[in-house]
Design a protein around this ligand. Sequence first.
Ligand code: PBG
Length: 292
Amino acid sequence: MQPLFVVERASDAGPVASMPSIVRFSVESVAQEARALAAVGIPAVLLFGIPAHKDASGTSNADPNGVVPRAVRAIKAAVPEMLVVADLCNCEYTDHGHCGILDAHGNVDNDATVAWLASVAVVYAESGVDVIAPSDMMDGRVEAIRSALDAHGFADTAILAYSAKYASAFYGPFREAAESTPQFGDRRGYQMDPPNVREALREIALDIEEGADAIMIKPGLPYLDVVRAARDAFDVPIAVYNVSGEYAMLKAAIARGWLEERAIDETLVAFVRAGADIVITYFAKEWAARNP
Ligand code: PBG
């Protein structure tokens, strides 16, 4: 699965400095990229929208003509067989960069955020997205999203839950690409503590109980033990997210001649060996092009 950044303002499209060969697409150009991905055999994309306007509650996230719904329609029109997954979070849409709505003390309000994201999920579903992937890490969101989708006639829209998402230093380049760096504080209140593996298994079990169709572990390479533990404990499809910092490290070392390109293949196969069914990686397109 290839992650794709889509900007609402076409003038913001272009390369991401810390992620060589990754670009931010406009709504118009993302359909073309979907065709190119299909041509090399990539069956799925994960969309991240970067809106033209941000505010405290992330209002533009629920706009039926916002960047994600428009990108979904453009991709589905160009490549109907492409599986389109939409990341669901508020951090790209809020001016403070946190993943949710803040309370009077500046803390993320879990329940207000869950209700908001469930309504955004319905807007995404109306645009024709196949899978909703909530990455906010609020408690109870999978159940709320599942009921909202079902209540609006979208029983077939699947949920890929970012179940075990750690508060990681490896998201740095992504935050540049998605303009989602928190303006104060950090995400440790809602993302998981890196040394903790048992909590990951609890979070995964809860998400499955709440109705997740597939679960995710993120980041990838530093958390392969979590992938293996999840594989041994659960029977649902498991996705692993080979995140932006993992991509940047390999790209930088390969560009300097410090590592051979096959370090990429070795990394990707490690995810499969650890038990992942779905690998989300910025290397998807180049790997598929090299391995027809
Ligand atoms: C949004 C989100 C993030 C990533 C995916 N969804 C950033 C974050 O939590 O700060 C990171 C992906 C990557 O680093 O490639 N909540």
